[in-house]
Design a binder for this molecule. Structure first.
Ligand code: NDP
Ligand code: 2IT
Length: 454
């Protein structure tokens, strides 16, 4: 059977076995299509049925999380942990608390994480978890009770050499603190079974900043290759959480000008430049609404979501040189990417996982004058620094911010180099989507072959 026919058959099987799991299907389809050149060159992957094996998670845990709200009512949420692949190391990946979380979202994230983690060059397998619990508007007591109840089940399946969760949307330092505190109580030992921990209790300096800083380092590498730089580039950024804030901050050190940010209710356009300290105050300290930004910066413009053009993300209507989606999956659609292109944007670097819809990604691939940094390469700085936290925990050391940041920078350079060189090896120079997918896949697939039917 030809490789293309084989892939069509496998994709059909994914649809049959996981009906309605659109995000998972989207992630699998992108990877399988872009690794065709490798599969054609290397029959061993077909021989060992790697494709059929690699798209199935090693296990998916789905569990009930019951917790008590402040009024004394029992509330029920669904908890998830998909341990996708452990061929190259213990399962590693974040936890997402958001009302939109379901098995499709967790599986797509775990699948992407497997190749992302492989690209870091470090020995970490892929996983993702979370819950449809929405921390927004919950009291501190409710957050604590939910985190403890969630951990009452999750602790059985994680551990510092087994599976090491971290943060993602809706899970930051606060939630990780409550999760870790309860994990420690349940297992009776202090071990680094979570990353993104507080600095006083086993966390790493630089982890909080790592995804955003890494994203900017990756963008810099992409532009360096073209003898260009981020200097004076007008940048649009979406989101206003962990990844967005530290992307904005790092863009300034590279002399670029980030002019937008957003949350689920609206966006800010600040022509003279988004102030990261104000974002930290509103989102990290007050956990407030982005509309508060305008109260501090009256020269900025707040646009509520209901005023966006129908079917558009307002952020991408702002003319820019470079776009950094940093909120959530499929936040950049076909119309958005067309507008970006018409307005002269030629660099798209993904902070969020699977930022672009399939049609948007197809548009980007058809316009090779757009430099495109796919999420699994560009946002890998977060998980890479999580692994640096694991290293520090294992050796009982605390590295300086500078040491961690230098290592992060080197890792992002090496991810870019690997993805770029792989694109050259397979005859499509600069196609980082293909380069990242092939390089990420190859390491995991080779380990699976070595390990037999594990
Ligand atoms: P945060 O929870 O800190 O921030 C998420 C931001 O995105 C918030 O501004 C949030 O708005 C907005 N957002 C989330 N969901 C939606 C939605 N459905 N529609 C519109 N806006 C939305 O999360 P992170 O910054 O950690 O994560 C952002 C992205 O980066 C995610 O895709 C995540 O998977 C990815 N990522 C994160 C890493 C990390 O280390 N944290 C590492 C690599 C990737 P609001 O505040 O209103 O909810
Ligand atoms: O998507 C991601 O890479 C993360 N949320 C970070 C995972 C981690 O284990 O640090």
């Amino acid at each position: 059977m030809s490789i293309i026919k084989c892939i069509d058959r496998v994709l059909q099987e994914v649809q049959d076995a996981s009906p309605g799991q659109d995000e998972f299907y989207q992630a699998v389809e992108e990877v399988l299509h872009s690794i065709i050149p490798l599969l054609e060159a290397e029959p061993k992957y077909n021989e060992f049925n790697i494709i059929e094996r690699i798209i199935v998670p090693e296990r998916s845990l789905v569990f009930r999380v019951v917790w008590m709200d402040d009024s004394g009512n029992y509330r029920t949420n669904i908890g998830y942990r998909t341990q996708f692949n452990s061929a190259i190391g213990p399962y590693k990946g974040g936890l997402r608390f958001h009302s939109s979380v379901n098995l499709s979202i967790i599986k797509f994230l775990g699948f992407e994480q497997t190749f992302k983690n492989s690209l870091t060059g470090l020995n970490i397998g892929g996983a993702k978890g979370g819950s449809n619990f929405d921390p927004k508007g919950k009291s501190e007591g409710e957050i604590i009770r939910f985190c403890q109840s969630f951990m009452n089940e999750l602790y059985k399946y994680i551990g510092h050499t087994k599976d090491i969760p971290a943060g993602d949307i809706g899970v930051g330092g606060r939630e990780l603190g409550y999760l870790f505190g309860h994990y420690k109580k349940l297992v009776g030992s202090f071990e680094g079974a979570l990353t993104g921990k507080g600095i006083n209790w086993g966390g790493s300096l630089g982890r909080k900043e790592a995804t955003g800083f890494g994203l900017a380092y990756f963008a810099q590498e992409m532009l360096n290759k073209q003898d260009d730089s981020l200097k004076d580039k007008i940048c649009t950024v979406s989101g206003s959480g962990n990844v967005a804030i530290y992307t904005v901050q790092k863009l300034y050190s590279m002399k670029a000008l980030p002019v937008t940010c957003s949350d689920s209710r609206g966006m800010i356009y600040h022509k003279s430049g988004i102030d990261p300290d104000t974002l930290k105050l509103i989102k990290e300290v007050k956990r407030g609404d982005l509309s508060e930004y305008k109260l501090i910066h009256p020269d900025s413009k707040y646009i509520p979501k209901r005023h966006y053009k129908q079917g558009r993300n307002g952020v991408w209507s702002v003319p820019c040189d470079a776009a950094f989606p940093c909120a959530t999956q499929n936040e950049l659609n076909f119309a958005d990417v067309q507008t970006l292109y018409e307005n002269g944007c030629r660099l798209i670097v993904e902070g969020s996982n699977m930022s672009t819809t399939k049609r948007a990604a197809d548009f980007i691939m058809a316009h090779r004058d757009i430099l495109y940094g796919p999420a699994k390469a560009a946002n890998a700085g977060g998980v890479a620094t999580s692994q640096l936290e694991m290293s520090q925990n294992a050796s009982m050391q605390n590295w300086s911010f500078g040491k961690v940041d230098t290592k992060l920078h080197a890792i992002m350079q090496s991810i870019f180099k690997n993805a770029y060189e792989t694109s050259v090896e397979f005859g499509d120079e600069g196609n980082l989507m293909m380069g990242a997918n092939i390089a990420g896949f190859r390491k995991v697939a080779d380990a699976m072959i070595d390990q037999g039917p594990a």
